[in-house]
Design a protein around this ligand. Sequence first.
Ligand code: HEM
Ligand SMILES: *[C@@H]1O[C@H](CO)[C@@H](O)[C@H](O)[C@H]1NC(C)=O
Ligand SMILES: *[C@@H]1O[C@H](CO)[C@@H](O)[C@H](O)[C@H]1NC(C)=O
Ligand SMILES: *[C@@H]1O[C@H](CO)[C@@H](O)[C@H](O)[C@H]1NC(C)=O
Length: 364
Amino acid sequence: MAFSVLASLVSLLAALQAANGAITRKATCPDGSTVTNEACCFLFPILEDIQANLFEGSQCGAEAHESLRLTFHDAIGFSPALTAEGQFGGGGADGSIITFASTETAYAANAGIDEIVNLQAPFVAKYNISAGDFIQFAGAVGLSNCPGAPQLDFVIGRPAATAAAPDGLVPEPFDNVTSILARFNDAGGFDPQHVVWLLSSHSVAAASFVDPTIPGSPFDSTPGNFDTQFFIETQLTGTLWPGTVGNPGEVESPIAGEIRLQSDFLLARDNRTACEWQSFADDLSRQQTLFKAAMSTLATIGQDTATLTDCSDVIPVPPAAEGTPHFPAGLTNADVDQACTTAAFPTLSTDPGPATSVAPVPTP
Ligand code: HEM
Ligand SMILES: *[C@@H]1O[C@H](CO)[C@@H](O)[C@H](O)[C@H]1NC(C)=O
Ligand SMILES: *[C@@H]1O[C@H](CO)[C@@H](O)[C@H](O)[C@H]1NC(C)=O
Ligand SMILES: *[C@@H]1O[C@H](CO)[C@@H](O)[C@H](O)[C@H]1NC(C)=O
């Protein structure tokens, strides 16, 4: 099952190479960069512009995090199950969340997404790039600013969206595991472990609308790094509320200032996903490889991959990982809610000093 997404990634890239073999020319672009396909050169000025003017000088900050979230909220708007019932199932990773922003940003599950839609829309208007391509480009470039991240694949050629995705397709943090897994399977053929792979994204994440009294609350203690801390910290016993009590989709977290989604809490403890979740706790290289594979599938949901062109070599190589897997100060293996029944949680060291508390990610 893990194999299927990897296999589809390999065959996608092979198909892209075959389809474009005749017209591919290794090229030196006007800015001096070398790419495998000349058709990708137009992306370099866009890259330079968004690194300076969207990501505040190549930062892994709020805009990079929000751009990664947007790749998901655009792509997951696709449902073969709805189509089978004779309804419009959405176009997947088609840019509809920007093209039909007034409809889609009003959906409850898209709370707060209007901020990054409003920041990205001027770039889509300025350049000759489809909204669907731009959203996935910005997500991959933003993530490349995060130390420890994989260099994501990126393809171009998504046509313009024809309609807004219907409401109800974006998972909510108060959804149960069965409905979350079913939604991912419908949208992209994802199996339970692929959902875990995709949630590596929450290692560079914060929430502003789950508890609006504490905007920018991170999901782990290192939101500026793509690392394993999210998988470690979601497995710790919840002991406190970082802000107010009683927000739908929120459960207690283990660290002051950190917010925990009920969906992440449940996925970390459910027997369909717990062992995969735990497998990432001390294995960043596994997390990088499998997140990259699943993101490649996510980024082309609803698209005809045979018509797309591989421009992965335009995505910058991310900075090397910083730090190693550890428990936040004050917490140890004794604080782990052991959920996987076939393997023990890895033994990790504890950060020195007084109990860790996490600062909010500054919001734009
Ligand atoms: C079970 C499925 C998922 C649920 C229920 C969920 C829910 C959420 C929620 C509630 C937030 C906080 C929004 C806010 O209050 O500001 C969030 C943030 C985020 N999500 Fe997810 N998510 C899921 C899966 C994913 C996936 C597959 C991705 C992959 C790209 C992703 C990427 C992100 C990122 C990067 C953020 C941080 C945004 C920021 O810092 O502004 N999520 N998610
Ligand atoms: C815009 O890009 C498309 C390919 O995506 C190309 O066919 C078209 O000529 C371009 N238009 C302009 C004005 O550059
Ligand atoms: C999960 O949520 C769905 C949709 O709200 C609901 O129909 C189902 O009964 C729930 N399942 C469980 C086990 O709570
Ligand atoms: C997983 O747990 C549920 C109850 O929560 C149980 O019914 C099911 O048999 C378990 N499955 C496996 C594979 O252990």
